[in-house]
Design a protein around this ligand. Structure first.
Ligand code: XMP
Length: 520
């Protein structure tokens, strides 16, 4: 099970919306961690994972309810530091002999202030810059009696046990969420926690590169590998890394599925042929993909069709290169979490990312996914470590299912052509205004609705489109980009003037959550 030789921290997920942020905070501190839903964390799992420390996440359940989520009792006997957050704090208290009560009148949501006790706690070293510290609370129930061995180190008006600890066992429990932005000094708690747990900060991109290359060689041996190259950062970094590990045992396949952006196929193939000396097949499969998508409008059906066809195409080329045994993909950690862990865990399936949830059960090719443990910004750091061109690393993400998920409803060639043109004008505008690097991802979605307009003296009846631009750190949460009105007005005018088929432009100002970045 252990996929890394680094010190590991285990985050047991009880379904909080912000569990991913705990992982982010820890990765920023060069600590390797994994999130696992509580149902999967058994005694045997704990033994084989051998964490150096454990964090219990928050979650929506109440420990008072029958059958509420619990970690196995054996976690407390591992002899490693444990930090319980919000629900994680309550479950820890309950299991260790304290008491939790329903929060009649004592619920706290949002900003609160914690005051420290007079006794010092190493977890809080350097934390209380002021007499009280702002934290983010989100709880209904509250701890009404702490477990034997615990002492109180911080209180808030509605949480008398805001920070408690059993110092002798290295167990810490906080009612608030130190991982969120609204707990401004929260990162300090994690820094102290991992120091107390003895982590050496060994999770660096240099170390990762060496280890990934060794693992790829071990996994692949002398077999051939094909890599689905999309021209995005992830698959490109995966390809360069694997090429460094196994040289020309690797063949890249760039699939033109008819769902690419304007000039994308030409640009990507040229970039790779000019910069990298690796075997690259250009597969023109536009008819295949667009034919099968014809008449389909359900988002999950579209994703599954595209996922299946990609695999069919890769299998065909695997044979052609003399029997490749492995398929390499640029799958990232958030893809894995959003498609798999959420559905297996306490939360729900959001969507099947084509390179995870959409793969057929029987495929005849084994997967090599050397980026499966990384967040997007870590992939970019690895790309820099591998010497990929800076402009290439800075490219906005582009999803595997491509324009299909930016064309809600039925996909037609005519709509795709319109979408490609509108998207090109929009990105050109963003670049001209020097905004490209400030934005995590920007694109146009063509809406399945036509609207009436007037141009010159004539009536128009054309498609409406939505512009999307978001800021984000890792794609897990996102906010809309605050363009100026001038920018939006100028862009709308350009799109309507330059793109035949669109007569109305809207700007999507939904954050994630509650929206997702893509429209499907
Ligand atoms: P959502 O829409 O889920 O997107 O908020 C988060 C990020 O993931 C990208 N995305 C995908 N990438 N295959 C991919 O390789 C997919 O199926 C897929 N779906 C979404 C999306 O572009 C955004 O960056």
């Amino acid at each position: 099970m252990n996929s890394t030789s680094h010190d590991r921290l285990l985050i047991i997920d009880f379904g909080s919306q912000v569990t991913q942020l705990i992982a982010r905070r820890l990765r920023e501190l060069n600590v390797y961690c994994e999130i696992h839903p509580y149902q999967n964390v058994t005694d045997a799992f704990l033994q084989s994972f051998a964490p150096k420390a454990v964090i219990f996440s928050g979650g929506p359940a109440s420990v008072i309810d029958d059958g509420s989520p619990r970690p196995p009792e054996s976690v407390f006997a591992l002899g490693v530091p444990i930090l319980g957050i919000c629900y994680g704090q309550q479950v820890m208290m309950e299991m260790l002999g304290g008491r939790v009560e329903r929060g009649h009148g004592t619920a706290e949501f949002g900003r609160a202030f914690v005051t420290p006790s007079t006794t010092a706690l190493p977890l809080l070293d350097g934390w209380f810059a002021n007499e009280k510290e702002q934290v983010w609370m989100s709880h209904g129930d509250h701890v009404s009696a702490i477990a034997p061995g615990f002492d109180v180190f911080g209180t808030s008006p509605n949480a008398p046990y805001a920070i408690t600890a059993d110092i002798s066992r290295n167990f810490y429990a906080v009612q608030f969420h130190p991982e969120v932005h609204h707990t401004p000094n929260g990162a300090k708690l994690y820094e102290n926690f991992i120091r107390l747990a003895g982590f050496g900060g060994d999770w660096t991109m240099g170390a990762y590169r060496e280890e990934a290359i060794r693992k790829i060689r071990e996994t692949v041996g002398d077999a051939k590998v094909i890599c689905g190259l999309s021209g995005g950062v992830d698959s490109s970094v995966a390809a360069v890394l694997i090429h460094e590990a196994i040289g020309d045992q690797l063949t890249c396949v760039f699939v033109n599925n008819g769902l690419l952006r304007k000039n994308e196929a030409e640009d990507v193939v040229k970039m790779f042929r000019d910069n990298y000396n690796m075997p690259l097949i250009y597969a023109d499969e536009q008819e295949l993909f667009l034919g099968e998508l014809d008449g389909q409008s359900d988002p999950e059906t579209k994703r599954k069709i595209i996922g299946r066809l990609f695999i069919d195409v890769f299998q065909k080329h695997a044979k052609e290169v003399g029997g490749a045994k492995f398929l390499a993909q640029g799958t990232l950690y958030p893809d894995v979490i959003e498609s798999v862990s959420f559905s297996g865990g306490p939360s729900v399936t959001i969507k099947s990312h084509h390179n995870v949830g959409g793969l057929p059960a029987k495929m005849g090719l084994k997967l090599v996914e050397p980026l499966r443990e990384l967040f997007k910004d870590e992939v970019r750091a690895l790309g820099r470590e591998l010497g990929l061109p800076a402009a290439f690393i800075a490219r906005h993400p582009f999803p595997g299912p491509g324009l299909a998920i930016r064309c809600p409803g039925e996909i037609t060639r005519a709509k795709l052509d319109i979408l490609r043109e509108a998207d090109a004008v929009y990105i050109d505008q963003i670049r001209k205004h020097g905004l490209y690097d400030e934005i995590w991802q920007a694109f146009v979605a063509i809406l399945p609705v036509r609207t009436v307009g007037v141009m010159g003296d004539g009536r128009t009846y054309d498609f409406a489109c939505a512009l999307r631009a978001v800021t984000s750190v890792d794609g897990m949460t996102a906010d809309y980009y605050p363009f100026t009105h001038e920018f939006l007005g100028e862009t709308a005018t350009r799109i309507i003037n330059e793109v035949a088929g669109i007569n109305r432009v809207t700007y999507d100002i939904t954050s994630k959550p509650p929206g997702t970045i893509e429209w499907e």
